[in-house]
Design a binder for this molecule. Structure first.
Ligand code: B12
Ligand code: SF4
Length: 602
């Protein structure tokens, strides 16, 4: 049986400007399939190879697959839908599957607008995809799909969602198959070497209101540091990888494991440079460890720092956090690590003054790199709901951190973009003239010059921040900038889909503190004892997570989706009620007449 995975050809001028990045999802899925005897697995990376629709159709037809699987984050959803549409046209007998974060939550809307999608895999794909492949291979897909957890599909105009599958409990059992990728293409411009994105931990114990990641992964799990380093050595030796970033949301949350990971890299003399995204509070906590992290090869830390507009609202918080941010930047630089400060801008309370303030902070803290991302209201995030009618644009293709989805009360979107560009121009001009040339010698200097090269390349090609697409040529072009939102796209009412995480913001009394922080929300630290570790939900008491029960096994969390006899509300309902949620297709609202998992038992 032949399985074909496709990464859609979506581009937006953010992180991509640093090079071509290998899609990790396909390596993890292909690895799980291989372990289960499916070895006729193919992959087309239409994004990296910039494959147009006609060519892609030909390639699908030539391969004649039995299953076509595609991935989508929110901005690539329409491209992914189109991939599966084309797949149905040229390989009508193939089962078309869509996975990834967007469809996990927005499955009702997606299935309504994309009838050529046979099923959506909700959540982590490894175990569910193996079930799907087995069902298709054994010719029992149509009859048995209802018994596979973690799917959504349509039957006679009704959207059926089977109960959520449990999260993958033993991450170490997954052996990624990185050989599925066409490695020479994955080049990281700053260093001119191949790049990989291995995954050490999944999930985040914090619950920032603007973020979707903690919801998607549901509980926090971490692999053995030794196994991750085995994988990195394989990437280096078999595939020529010279740089990696950890795909984890917050790799330093579990300090004990992170230290073990660094030690393993040192002991085994791995000799690669690598990067992470993490929180200011973790850097302050680990001040004494930073030289050790650097020795393990850590060269780039991207720090979540707050949005000025939020800081302005909270003067006390501002004083402490600004001082902390500045200190974290300094500590990293002192340890010889390139530091990038991320600012989220474009919330409705953004003003010219707050944007200017982020520039002043960037100059004052002296990070090596600074990033101004447009606030993007993921439609399944808590903040999206809280913002209500203030979100006016539902054209998800533009939900990409570089298009202003929100319109601040004090300025229009073009003005916002112009002021952000003004910050970039001034910041990098200063860096290029007065900082990078004096950045010493060795890895740090090489890395910084490489980053500048990537910026210049993207600027020259007009890909940076999608400036070419929106026709921005500097302040004089402000009036002509066009974002081309598709305003026919409507808000979905997919907010209350059945999907539970181990922790939620309702339990967190002070969750607002995280509202406008970049990834780095929450100041709590994870307990130092061994896995299974589940840090206290923000400001809540400390909880240990039961390995088998995403609900902590105490029934306090509703509908955990685990398959153990934990006695939680979800478990009771699963035993007493119909095993799935049904909704009518096409209507934005769930059909109240239909029995749902939620009202079946409780
Ligand atoms: C690495 C990365 C990138 C790489 C992309 C590499 C690549 N080619 O895939 C680069 C740097 C290029 C990038 C760019 C962007 N990224 Co990015 N990126 C990440 C990051 C850090 C890790 C993603 C990852 O590999 N995770 C590990 C894998 C294993 O998880 P996964 O992809 O979710 O796959 C699992 C499941 O989703 C599921 N699954 C996924 N696909 C499929 C398909 C099938 C058929 C099945 C069955 C299952 C399945 O199974 C997988 C295994 O369990 C995440 C943040 C994070 N920590 O996750 C952000 C993240 C995915 N990026 C995000 C965004 C917005 C972007 C950009 C738009 C930003 C920008 N303008 O630069 C661009 C878009 C690029 C593009 N053209 O698609 C957002 C998406 C949010 C959302 N709700 O949609 C995230 C979550 C960051 C965030 N903080 O919000 N990114
Ligand atoms: S700390 Fe906040 S922003 Fe970062 S992954 Fe966790 S929930 Fe998301």
């Amino acid at each position: 049986m032949r399985i074909l995975f496709i990464h859609p050809n979506y581009h937006s001028g953010g992180a991509e400007i640093a090079g071509n990045w290998p899609p990790a999802w396909v390596a993890y899925l292909a690895g799980a399939l291989k372990e289960n005897g499916f070895d006729d697995v193919h992959f087309i990376d239409s994004m990296t190879h910039d494959i147009d629709d006609e060519r892609l159709k030909e390639m699908i037809e030539e391969l004649n697959p039995d299953i076509v699987g595609c991935t989508a984050i929110t901005p690539s959803i329409y491209k992914a839908e189109n991939v599966l549409k084309m797949a149905k046209e040229v390989a009508p007998n193939a089962v078309t599957i869509l996975g990834g974060i967007h469809a996990t939550f927005m499955y009702r809307q997606v299935l309504a607008e994309a009838p050529f999608v046979d099923a959506i895999v909700r959540g982590e794909g490894e175990e569910i995809m193996v079930e799907v492949a087995k069902a298709v291979a054994e010719g029992r897909w149509m009859e048995t799909r209802s018994s596979i957890k973690g799917l959504a599909y349509v039957v006679d105009g009704l959207v059926i969602a089977t109960p959520a599958a449990p999260t993958v409990k033993n991450l170490d059992a997954i052996k990624a198959d990185w050989s599925i990728l066409d490695w020479p293409k994955y080049n990281y411009i700053p260093l001119g070497v191949r790049v990989a994105i291995p995954n050490m931990a999944r999930g985040c114990p914090f619950t920032c209101s603007f973020c979707s990641q903690w919801k998607f992964w549901r509980d926090y799990r971490i692999r053995s540091p030794k196994a991750v380093v085995d994988e990195i050595i394989e990437l280096r030796d078999k595939h020529g990888v010279g740089f990696f970033i950890l795909a984890d949301e917050e790799p330093t949350i579990n300090r004990k494991k992170f230290v073990a990971f660094c030690q393993e890299l040192i002991d085994r003399d791995v000799g690669l440079l690598w990067g992470i995204n993490t929180r200011v509070t973790d850097i302050l906590r680990d001040e004494a460890l930073l030289p050790f992290y650097r020795k393990a090869g850590l060269i780039h830390v991207s720090l979540g720092t707050e949005a000025a507009a939020q800081l302005k609202l909270d003067l006390f918080n501002k004083e402490t956090t600004v001082a902390q941010n500045k200190k974290a930047v300094q500590l990293l630089r002192d340890a010889g690590i390139v530091v990038e400060a991320q600012f989220i801008v474009g919330l409705e309370n953004e003003t010219a003054e707050t944007l200017e303030e982020t520039y002043r902070m960037a100059c004052d803290w002296k990070p090596d790199l600074a990033n101004w991302s447009m606030y993007t209201p993921w439609p399944f995030s808590d903040l999206f709901k809280e913002l209500g009618d203030k979100v006016e644009v539902f054209d998800y293709e533009k939900y990409n951190f570089v298009t202003p989805i929100m319109r601040p009360d004090a300025m229009d979107r073009a003005e916002l973009l112009d002021r952000v560009m003004n910050n970039y121009r001034r910041f990098y001009m200063k860096k290029a003239l007065f900082s990078y040339p004096f950045a010493g010698t060795g890895d740090r200097r090489k890395y910084l010059w490489g980053c500048l090269k990537a910026f210049l390349k993207a600027g020259f090609e007009r890909k940076f921040y999608d400036l070419g697409k929106v026709d921005y040529w500097g302040p004089q072009s402000k009036k002509k900038v066009h974002f081309d939102f598709d305003l026919t796209r409507e808000r979905a009412n997919d907010e209350d889909v059945e999907w539970q995480v181990t922790h939620n913001r309702k339990n967190n009394t002070m969750h607002e503190a995280a509202v406008a922080m970049a990834c780095g929300g929450g100041k709590e630290q994870m307990a130092e004892d061994d896995a299974p570790l589940m840090a206290a939900p923000l400001h809540g008491g400390r909880q240990q997570m039961d390995e088998q029960h995403a609900c902590a096994g105490n029934g306090a969390q509703d509908a955990c989706g685990c398959d153990a006899d934990c006695g939680c509300e979800s478990d009771k309902r699963a035993k007493s009620g119909p095993p799935r949620t049904t909704f009518t297709i096409g209507g934005a609202k769930p059909n109240p007449v239909k029995v749902s998992h939620e009202n079946a038992g409780a």
